[in-house]
Write a protein that binds this ligand. Structure first.
Ligand code: NAD
Length: 436
């Protein structure tokens, strides 16, 4: 099939590359000319495990191309994916300016029957709006389908190639057949393609993200209560996660969720609810709790240094909002850097993949270490913000004598309390007693 993908970010680039890998002819379009130039030179613009191999193969074999020109990119395409940003607007609703802007542009340039697919996360009713915009100027038949994306950054290629399910919202039989053909190679193991109407598909994506954000937040609240009642949240996680009705995943307490999706999607769903005069109380609480959770370790840190962080150097391990990605959007690390600097502390950071992105946002306000151990040299304390595997079993012998104080503030519960006690650390974590 000939496919165009408009928007070549985390979702668009993975979508385009994976569909090229299943034999389609794909052109990705982006307005960012620097991005397109880099991709055309064979260089990836994001870090995503496994993407490099299939990107190289498909660009070399001429199945994957990039352009800034929309008309050129969609020429002869049977399907056009919209993988455009939907950032929060001022009132918290998803800003549709990118999607509707491209929809306006598409109308006059469609040449044959085309299926236009909303892959972005968009509020209920967006497919209808996109349809209206295109219809204003279109001279050919077309369908607008909602096909929300559920990939997780860090395992995006695997998620895309072997999705748990594919959700497709359309009332058009013709579009349904095109979508079935497109996704057939990805659901060979029998995972379902779930068809529904456009509005339900749009809502499914928000319901999934809001539910997951709620699950994390629930566990964070249990953790906060554990700290007050002297219970251990890790034991509770194991105790409830083994219940098949609850499930093991998304039960790890920590310093809150971040990323480009959960915060904005929870907010946008709450806004949709309020637009429809529905008071979605759980979502309001989820947002409130998560906001506080992100800087939860700060009071412990301040107390440890008798309320004064001025001139103290704090080492930060982990900047990305989660491991295996370079994405720092809404990352708890950024909030903590801000708080630390506000309190007068100096900050030294290390992350295996996200340093360049942080440098673009924070610049010289923090120091950048070449490896985790360099970050600790002469620092007064260590804070852990992201659960990268390399932080899970560090060389504690090598760490000896680097930190001025043997104290760790761990926002991701990476270590066992008894090990920390044995190693002689004062160890603060989430939802567990402080090891001393
Ligand atoms: P992104 O910011 O990484 O990428 C969006 C791209 O669109 C950028 O490269 C930007 O330059 C480009 N763009 C903007 N306007 C354009 C235009 N007029 N024409 C062509 N290109 C244009 O965003 P993302 O993380 O890929 O997210 C895209 C959508 O997918 C969002 O709605 C998001 O909520 C949703 N989503 C994201 C994820 C994720 O993990 N990142 C997962 C599922 C769904």
């Amino acid at each position: 099939m000939k496919i165009a993908v408009v928007g070549t970010g985390y979702v668009g680039l993975v979508t385009g590359t994976c569909f090229a890998e299943t034999g389609n002819q794909v052109t990705c379009v982006d307005i960012d000319s620097r991005k397109v130039e880099k991709l055309n030179k064979g260089k990836l613009t994001i870090y995503e495990p496994g993407l490099d191999v299939i990107f190289e193969r498909n660009t070399k074999e001429g199945r994957l191309k990039f352009t800034t020109n929309l008309a050129e990119g969609i020429k002869e395409a049977q399907v056009i994916f919209l993988a455009l940003p939907t950032p929060p607007g001022e009132d918290g609703s998803a800003d549709l300016k990118y999607i509707l802007g491209v929809a306006n542009d598409l109308g006059p340039i469609l040449e044959n029957y085309t299926v236009i697919i909303d892959k972005s996360t968009v509020p209920v009713g967006t497919a209808e709006k996109v349809h209206e915009r295109i219809a204003k100027n279109a001279k050919v038949e077309f369908d607008v389908v909602s096909n929300p994306e559920f990939l997780r950054e860090g395992v995006a290629v695997e998620d895309f190639m072997k999705p748990d399910r594919v959700v497709i919202g359309t009332k058009s039989e013709k579009a349904k057949r095109v979508m079935e053909k497109l996704y057939a190679p990805l659901v060979r193991q029998g995972n379902p393609i779930i068809f529904m109407d456009e509005r339900s598909a749009e809502m499914t994506k928000y319901a999934a993200n809001a539910f997951l954000a709620m699950k994390i937040t629930f566990m964070n609240e249990i953790a906060n209560l554990c700290e007050k009642t002297n219970a251990n949240v890790d034991d509770i996680r194991r105790g409830i996660g083994t219940d098949s009705r609850i499930g093991k995943r998304f039960l790890f307490a920590g310093i809150g969720y971040g990323g480009s999706c959960f915060p904005k999607d929870v907010q946008a769903l709450e806004k949709t609810a309020s637009d429809y005069d529905y008071d979605f109380k759980i979502l309001k609480s989820v947002m409130k709790v998560n906001e506080k959770q992100k800087t939860k370790l700060m009071p412990h840190l301040k107390k440890y240094f008798n309320g004064d962080l001025k001139g103290k150097t704090i080492a930060l391990w982990g900047l990305a909002f989660k491991p295996h990605t370079d994405d720092i959007r809404e990352a708890p690390a950024l909030y903590n850097i801000k708080e630390l600097r506000k309190a007068g502390a100096k900050v030294v950071v290390y992350d295996p993949e996200a340093m360049e992105n942080v440098r673009e946002v924070v610049g010289k306000k923090v120091k950048y270490a070449k490896n985790p151990y360099e970050a600790l040299q002469g620092a007064d304390a260590l804070m852990i913000m992201t659960e990268w595997p390399e932080f899970r079993t560090p060389d504690f012998e090598k760490m000896e004598g680097t930190l001025k104080n043997k104290v760790i503030f761990d926002g991701r519960n990476l270590y066992e309390l008894k090990d920390m006690k044995e190693l002689g650390y004062t160890y603060f974590s989430i939802g567990r007693e402080t090891a001393k």
